[in-house]
Design a protein around this ligand. Sequence first.
Ligand code: MRU
Length: 493
Amino acid sequence: MNINGRHFRTIWPDPENRNNICIIDQRQLPHQFIIETLTCLDDSIRAIKDMHVRGAGLIGATAGFGMYLAAINAPDHGVNEALEQAAILLNRSRPTARNLGWAVGRVLAAVTTIENGIDKKQTAYKTACEIADEDAAFCKQIGTHGLELIAAISKEKNGKPVNILTHCNAGWLAFVDYGSATAPIYAARDAGIDVHVWVDETRPWNQGAKLTTWELQQEGIANTLIADNTGGHLMQNGMVDMVIVGTDRTTHTGDVANKIGTYLKALAAHDNNIPFYVALPSSTFDWELEHGTDIPIEQRSGEEITRISGMNDKTGEIETIRLVAPGTQAINYSFDVTPARLISGLITERGIVQANKEAIDALFPDKTKTDWRMTMTPTEHRHFIRKNALHLLDYLIIDQNGLQTTYSMGRTLDVSEKGLKLETTQPISQGDTLLITVGVEDDLIDLRGEVVHTEMLDGRHITGVEFQDISEDGRRIFKKYAEAFHSARAQNG
Ligand code: MRU
């Protein structure tokens, strides 16, 4: 999209030296437009974690290029190992955005099939570029499909402005180009439709106030900033024709995780009979999850709530000030989940689809799950494990810096007296701590173990865990689990 009339993407390899990946430092917007260069994996991780870049699609694209930077900085004989480690670190950088793990997995899968180190690096570059190009192309297609909805409302209103409410920034800045929620708005503008956007400020990070308003202004789209609690009032008074928001992760059944506060807007829209649409590229679907409650919700520092930053008009400096009494406690959930029943439809690159599993499967038959493990929700898994004890459920990784990440699904490959050999859905580092739920029959127990061994085997992540400090009860359940495991394995051959 355009900045001062000049076209930019949000991430691009420097044309003079493709080992430098350029981004716009979004922390400085709208006051300063600063292009930053990423040259290594650490730069990419920091850019994601500290929100120089943000938004599902752009986090994914940055992770793709982060994998590329990890590859080029590795010796030719050590690219796989470097990428496995990079995958661990990148996956932990922000937990909710599905595009992150999706992009990391895509580069990893592309590279591990290649023999030669130099070709691996080349493939990592090609794949990262494909991820970025595809993100832009899919958002453009979302625009084409979403345009139909806006055009229909415009027709009903005899060409009067269509008032669209959006939350956070699911615009061009959250993707590589066009945005998801904004793509239909840009397409409507291009089709000569009169549109006006109500922009939620989106506390605490204020993506709406700082980014969406700026982005829309750059594109000449009429917009008005509102405080987060205003949407319900506008809806009651006929001032909102439709809501379009983005999403950071959407389950296979159509539950949507998006920026905190989205759920309240969906409730208000439902109560006022206002269409509530969610726009997303298919890379944001989590095909393994069937319940919104299983989506990992990021918690960020409470300081993002107790402090606020902006430009001091007198000095022209960007300043951060404290809003609250010293010592005020704050908790900062970054996302919430809107259940599928409150959603009028999902606008995807393939078309608009109802937010339910059947409809989503029908539109994306190629993406539906084939691996049996992926066909179970963690809840179903919990029942399954009691029955045959071959598989474990949730595991929480605590890395050596104390960072916690939860994953669901995994497979027990072997059980000894001391611990487990697992196949995990994510790579894990030696020395990390794992909290694992194991269960058999009606007993479930959470065990704490240390990762003592890791390896890659045919593209699978194998992890050895030894348990520490098992209680009497834990020991009893684990023994029962081990017996059930061995007997089930003997029966299954
Ligand atoms: O915390 P952020 O800024 O990375 O959150 C992402 C968002 O801007 C929103 O949740 C957005 O609506 C979905 S991302 C396309």
